[in-house]
Design a protein around this ligand. Structure first.
Ligand code: GFB
Length: 315
């Protein structure tokens, strides 16, 4: 990828896409093309075809997706499958048809089997059944990464994929029902602190293990992959450090300074028991994360408070 390349970032208003745009700007990539959802519906293949034909980008970075935490995924597997399949197929296939030479597709480590070996290597893909709570999302992302792999192998374009672990950071979704665990915990503890509530309700048993990566680290990894001449088809990206949901709750409680007691709701799902990705491939290529969980959490709590104060929080 060259500094003069025209780069299309799909999903530039989301947490990942906006972080990628910040990282591109910071590194001097000034020729970035974006469209809002209102301007371009990625579910519409005809509209995507017209967009690519008009803009003819050199590079596309596909960050757009319907995303959500365990609550949104398990209640909406049909929408997560349908919308994410269409977004992936349209954004990738229409790019190929328009002559886009290079494309990076973003997925998630939930593409791997529920009981994959830990830490999860890229080779665990399609070796056993998926986690049911996010099966729709996982199937859509697997289809997208496979389309990139097939086009690269059969048609000679440089289309490749990056699978991040659980992300957090600026622009996250703080919806209590549909959000991911880390932003939801920040909102719950902050709300309890401000209201002086005695308890904070959290979901499941607290025993599942999760790995968290700050979205600015992911954005740096995206640029790192895009600057490689011959990247692998499929690459994991994570922090390499896992915590139990119970430990995470303790860290968010400390970061927010909330004295309330945690109450676990066992009627809510735990999801996959463990999801630590094996990051030896990306590390062997020369990339490593920079933001540890405590620092990232402190930053995110500050950003959450500022967003509440100025009314810009995403719910
Ligand atoms: O981030 P999360 O919602 O999704 O985390 P996944 C869920 C874990 O946190 C489960 C526990 O073990 C929940 O029981 N948890 C505890 C909570 N309290 C809460 C809470 O208040 N809200 C939420 N949301 N969880 C998602 C996938 O899986 O991970 C997506 O569904 C995607 O497809 C994403 O892959 C990265 O980590 O289970």
């Amino acid at each position: 990828m060259n500094k003069t390349d025209k780069i299309y970032v799909a999903g530039h208003r989301g947490m990942v896409g906006s972080a990628v745009c910040r990282a591109l700007a910071a590194k001097g990539y000034a020729n970035v093309v974006v469209r809002t959802h209102k301007e371009l519906d990625l579910l519409d293949a005809t509209a995507m075809r017209a967009f690519y034909a008009q803009e003819r980008p050199d590079v596309a970075v596909i960050c757009a997706a319907r995303v959500g935490g365990i609550g949104a995924n398990s209640a909406g597997n049909s929408e997560f499958l349908y919308e994410n399949i269409l977004i992936g197929m349209n954004a990738i296939m229409e790019a190929y048809r328009a002559g886009v030479k290079r494309l990076l597709f973003l997925g998630s480590t939930c593409i791997y089997p529920r009981l994959a070996p830990q830490p999860i290597p890229e080779s665990a893909l399609l070796t056993s059944p998926l986690e049911k709570t996010n099966e729709g999302y996982a199937l859509a992302k697997i289809s997208g990464l496979k389309l990139c792999e097939f086009l690269r192998r059969d048609k000679g374009v440089l289309y490749h994929s990056l699978m991040p672990t659980n992300l957090y950071g600026p622009g996250d979704n703080y919806d209590i029902v549909g959000g991911h665990v880390l932003p939801t915990m920040i909102r719950k503890f902050e709300t309890a602190r401000v209201n002086g509530d005695a308890t904070v309700p959290l979901w499941g048993s607290g025993t599942p293990l999760r790995e968290f990566l700050h979205v600015d680290d992911l954005a740096a990894a995206c640029l790192f992959m895009l600057e490689l001449d011959n990247p692998p088809d499929l690459v994991n990206v994570g922090s390499g450090r896992e915590v139990t949901i119970r430990e995470l709750a303790g860290k968010v409680k400390a970061a927010t300074g909330c004295p309330a007691e945690i109450v676990w709701d066992a009627t809510k799902p735990d999801g996959t028991p463990r999801k630590l990705c094996d990051t030896s491939l990306i590390r062997s290529l020369g990339w490593a994360p920079k933001i540890d969980l405590e620092e990232g959490l402190a930053r995110t709590v500050e950003e959450y408070r500022a967003a509440v104060a100025d009314g810009s929080i995403r719910l």
